[in-house]
Structures are given as C-alpha cells and as structure tokens.
Design a protein around this ligand. Structure first.
Ligand SMILES: Cc1ncc(COP(=O)(O)O)c(C=O)c1O
Length: 468
C-alpha cells in the first residue's frame, strides 16, 4: 500500500530524469493503481496460470531432472540467435516431437508467447492483407499487429460468428484484391479467453470464412495459450480437439501457463516457418531458447504424452463444476445476482457445456472488483481484479482461476467468501443509513491512514496494467 503514496511532490531536489518518471508513476498512484510485485506466501492460489499445478506438485520437477540426466553433457546457453549459433539438434528434435504431437507440419520454438505473437504478426501478413481479430485478443497480439505490414486491422465482436460474417462481407465488397483472392484475410482468435473464461466457436468461424472466401484466402491464427495442456486429448488444444489441424494456418502454444515452463512454439507449415525465420524480428534479433528452457518444455510434453496430466485436466473440470454447484446453492446467491451486485455468467449454464474452462470471472459493478479482491485477500485467497479498459466501462471483474492442486474445501470456502462479501454489499445497497463501503475496505483504509496515505477510491478508469 505504501507504493501508492505520491512521490514526485517530495522530490524537489532530485534530477529531472527521476522526477519526470516519478510523475508518470504518480498518475498511476493517484488512482491507487501502481503495479507492484509481491510474493504470496499465505494465500490460496486462485490466480496464477499454473492451471495443472505442475509447478508445485513435483511431477514436472521429477521429469525435468530425468531429462537433464538423459543429457548429462548439455550446453547451458544457446550462445546465439537461431540463425547464427543458437540452433542445435536438441531444439530441432523437440520441434519435430511437438509438431507430431499436435498434428502439425512443423514447429518453431520461441522464447515467449509474447515474442511469438510479435513474430507472427510482423512476418506473416503481407502488404495488402487485412487482419480481422476478435475484440478480446491478448495485448501481445495487439503489440504484434502494430509491427505488421498490413494497413487494415478490423475487430469483430467477441466470439460472434455473425459479426465476423458482417466484417468479412464488408471486406469482400470493399476490397477487390481480396475479393479476387489475390490478397489474404488473417483472422486472429484465441482458443480460450481468460477474461471471459469462454471458448472460441472456432468451427463456426471457420465455416463463415470458408463461405465468404471459398478461394481459401481467409486463414486463421489461433492462440492456444490457455488451452495448452488443458483441452482435448492429452491437452493438445482446441484445434486438435476439433480436428482442424489441416485447416488452421498458424497455432501458437505457450508454455508458461498450463505447462509450467516458459517459451512457446508456433505450429505451421514449412512456408510460414521459413517466413518467420527470415522476417520475424522477435526471432531473428534475439538469443535462441536455452537448453534448460527446452528441457522443461520437453519434460512437460513427456507428461502429456504419457497421460500423466490427464487426471489433472479432469480435476480442473471437476473443481470448477464443484465451485458452480457451491455458489449456486448459497441461500443468498439468487438475491445477489438479481440485484446485480455481482454475477458469474458462466455458472448459469455450465451443465450444458462439454468443456469447462479453468477461468471463473466474477462480474461486478465498477469498483466493486477492488472491494471483492481486498475482501478475498483478507480471507487469504489470491484473485485478480480486472478493470476498464480491459473489461467494458462501468463494470469490473475479478478473475478466479482454478488449479488441479486446489481442494474441494478451498473451493467451497472461496464460494462462501464471495457470497459473504456480496451479501454485505447487497445489504449496504439496501441500507439508507449512508454506509457505502464493505468492512474489508474499512480495514484497508484504516491501514492506509495509519501509513499516512492519501485516501482515494480506486480509479474507475484505471486498468490493470499487467493484464492489458
Ligand atoms: C492469450 C495469450 N497469448 C500470449 C501470451 C504471452 O505468453 P507468454 O507469457 O509466454 O509471453 C499470453 C500471456 O500472458 C496470453 O494470455
């Protein structure tokens, strides 16, 4: 909390260099929104991307150590860019293994998913091509698009095949080169969206694109960051689970989430792989992935291939369903949702869905997301508040993430804690005595005033900088 205290006004004697930077940081502090980093020691994890709990359950550590033992003379660093000294038979073999596992023609390893999206969008779209993207795609795709050679980048409404149809139809009408099949439309989507917790209707989107561009000049780029290890047989991802391996031009699998490693692989054909190696600056101008990183990825794939992660995949599904049952059966939940204090849209029709994602977004009124997060922290649960512009203005969200390593008892306690807070807010809204804040906020403000900090409510316009 001390990090949110304004700094620049007390820096009269500092250099202009530091003062200007602190002024920029103060703009965030003023909205109680300066990103700070923590180590979480005593809170139950309902926030990290360690979906399968591989980073803590020991399975991956054991497999990783065995992979190191199988390669006793490994070279620690890759010592250069992939195009100079950074290549090795180890990385080439791993790429073949990954491509085969996912049913792709080839794979290309990249240092991170962020770099991979930078590479994809900088190298693949050619001048005159158009990118059409789901409005909720990740910041790394947006950053990548800024470096692409396309002039036109058009959003379509989240997960909405009819909106995609409208955007593609307009493009077909207005762009003769695309209509004639001489330029391409690249459609960028994610398999699972972490803010809404929903799954891309990829089959329907593919059908729409085929219908409007039968010459095959509409191609898909699918980011499988949140489905890798979790969705489909042995965690192969959405594209494989739908049997679309031959249809989707480019897939991105990232390894920092469900696989508990780091890095990413781009799955595609040899032509695109060559384009990436020749034109993707985030691949060319950087040191190639190192052996320990690749060994961790290979170890994670060994777990996938030997079926050791399948019970963990099932466990995540079970726990999310358990949470939905627990919250729906709380005696206050109906009143709370009816009053609009908070809702969990995904909890309403979960029984009709074949696949349940690990994400449970709690939709709240504006600012309530901070109140709920602070309340949850008081109950020793880790969850992340999401604010505009990441979610629509006038709303807030708390993103809860389930992990294979969570227990039923923790999940029930989490549901009860959310309901306790929401009932308190419900009562506050009905109360005419002027009380506006829940008890967790009072406690926090008392701590802040003890620390001599200026008290302001969390800013409505403040986003969550590390999630934008
Ligand atoms: C959808 C999506 N794509 C790409 C990335 C970036 O992946 P990485 O963390 O490996 O850089 C993320 C992670 O934040 C993501 O959520």
């Amino acid at each position: 909390m001390k990090g949110q205290k304004l700094k620049a006004p007390s820096m009269k004697n500092a250099t202009v260099f530091d003062r200007n930077l602190e002024e920029a940081l103060d703009a965030r502090r003023a909205g109680q929104n300066l990103a700070t980093i923590h180590t979480w020691q005593y809170a139950t994890d309902f926030s990290s991307n360690d979906f399968l709990s591989l980073s803590t359950n020991g399975l991956l550590r054991t497999e990783f150590l065995e992979e190191l033992a199988r390669n006793p003379n490994f070279q620690l660093g890759s010592t250069g860019s992939r195009l100079s000294d950074g290549n090795s038979s180890y990385i080439e073999d791993l790429e073949k293994e990954i491509a085969e596992f996912h049913g792709a023609e080839s794979a290309l390893m990249v240092n991170s998913g962020y770099d991979a999206n930078g590479a994809i969008f900088c190298a693949i779209p050619r001048p005159g091509d158009v990118i059409v993207y789901d409005e909720l795609i990740h910041a790394s795709a947006h950053d990548g698009m800024k470096h692409s050679l396309t002039q036109k980048q058009l959003p379509f409404r989240h997960n909405d095949p009819e909106c995609l149809r409208d955007v593609l139809t307009d493009l077909e009408d207005s762009n003769p080169l695309i209509r004639k099949g001489q330029r391409c439309v690249l459609i960028a989507v994610e398999s699972v969206y972490s803010m809404d917790g929903d799954v891309c209707p990829l089959k329907e989107l593919v059908e729409v694109a085929k219908e409007i561009f039968p010459k095959g000049n509409a191609q898909f780029l699918v980011d499988e960051a949140h489905s890798t290890g979790l969705m489909g047989e042995q965690g192969r991802g959405l594209v494989s689970s739908l049997g679309l391996e031959k249809i989707i031009a480019v897939r991105l699998h990232t390894y920092g989430k469900g696989m508990s490693a780091t890095g990413a692989a781009i799955l595609t054909n040899q032509t695109v792989r060559n384009m990436l190696l020749n034109f993707a600056r985030p691949i060319i101008y950087t040191t190639a992935p190192s052996f320990p990183m690749l060994a961790a990825i290979r170890a994670a794939y060994t777990l996938l291939k030997t079926g050791k992660t399948e019970p963990l995949q099932q466990r995540v599904q079970h726990l999310v369903k358990h949470f939905y049952k627990a919250i729906n059966s709380n005696p206050h939940w109906n009143d709370i949702t009816k009053a609009g204090v908070c809702t969990i849209p995904l909890s309403e029709d979960w029984e009709t869905r074949d696949f349940i994602t690990q994400f449970v977004p709690v939709w709240t009124r504006e600012k309530y997301n901070y109140y709920l997060t602070i309340h949850l922290q008081g109950d020793r649960f880790r969850a992340i508040p999401i604010s505009p512009p990441v979610v629509p203005r006038g709303t807030g969200r708390v993103r809860i993430v389930m992990h294979a390593g969570n227990t039923e008892v923790e999940v029930e306690a989490l549901a009860a804690s959310i309901c306790r807070w929401a009932k308190e807010m419900y009562d506050i809204e009905k109360d005419t005595s002027g009380i506006k804040l829940p008890s967790a906020m009072h406690q926090m403000y008392e701590l802040m005033s003890a620390a001599d900090m200026k008290i302001t409510a969390p800013s409505a316009s403040s986003g969550n900088p590390f999630l934008e």
